[in-house]
Write a protein that binds this ligand. Structure first.
Ligand code: NI
Ligand code: MN
Length: 263
């Protein structure tokens, strides 16, 4: 009996420390660049969202691992964005958010938990409102010798209550309706590709920054392959030339940054 009471009090103690640990975790949301277009977003309550998780990309930190994954966002079907998304979704039973057609492809690969979205659609995952927006790009999923139709390419707006609103554009050229994204969702931070060839170069990204009205810009999708020649130094010049007021934040793969410090 005494032993049982002791076990009960230990269990209670553990529960109390678990509660205070989760209270301590109610901290600032953070963003970690995993190289290329891959990011880890940790919410204020410690939930983890992955965006375009090609975690084996040449610029990714070594031995990337996650204690848990609570949602996976994939902007389009190209392999440098789908990356390991299907395996991660299965391993962590994390919901996969992508275009309808791409979630259908994911289901054929054994992913069970999916949220299909198309532009203007919103889903709440891990306490974050995720809204799909337009991207000007292509989206096919290569399987064997064929390329499967993977729906429209997307960008995502992430809104966590009490935090900064983030816009991950996916692969895109610049387009005038970025002003509509600003009008509807007022993102404060934009994660934009600058490599060129398949996406915006620094010149277009600077104009995009102004149309979005963001306070901070994080360049991505550069330097991974030789074709992606745009650089943060070139972006800095273009931002100056475009009289942009947004601050440039060049992230280091693997280093978590408080989202509020990216504005
Ligand atoms: Ni692409
Ligand atoms: Mn790409």
């Amino acid at each position: 009996m005494r032993l049982i009471q002791r076990i009960q009090s230990i269990a209670l103690g553990l529960m109390i420390s678990a509660v205070s640990a989760s209270a301590a975790l109610a901290a600032e949301p953070t963003l970690t660049w995993l190289g290329h277009a891959a990011f880890k977003y940790s919410t204020g309550s410690g939930q983890i969202l992955l965006i375009d998780p090609w975690i084996s990309n040449p610029k990714a930190p070594k031995n990337v691992s996650f204690p848990h994954v609570d949602g996976i966002l994939v902007t389009h079907g190209h392999s440098d964005h789908v990356g390991e998304a299907f395996d991660l979704a299965k391993k962590y039973n994390a919901p996969l958010i992508a275009s309808y057609e791409l979630t259908e492809i994911a289901k054929k690969h054994g992913v069970k938990n999916v949220f299909p979205l198309n532009p203007s659609g919103t889903v709440e995952v891990a306490g974050v409102r995720v809204t799909a927006v337009q991207a000007v790009h292509s989206s096919g999923y290569a399987e064997g010798d064929s390329i499967l139709y993977a729906g429209a390419p997307l960008g995502f707006v992430l809104q966590e209550f009490g935090s900064m609103t983030l816009y991950h554009s996916g692969d895109t050229g610049v387009f005038e309706d970025m002003a509509l994204i600003a009008r509807l969702y007022q993102p404060q931070i934009a994660l934009l590709p600058i490599g060129g060839t398949y996406t915006m170069k620094p010149k277009e990204a600077a104009l995009a920054t102004n149309m979005l009205g963001v306070k901070g810009i994080v360049p991505m999708h550069y330097g991974t392959f030789p074709a992606l020649t745009g650089s943060p130094a070139e972006l800095e010049k273009e931002l100056t030339a475009a009289h942009a007021t947004a601050k440039l934040h060049v992230m280091v793969p693997g280093t978590a940054v408080k989202v509020k410090d990216l504005q």
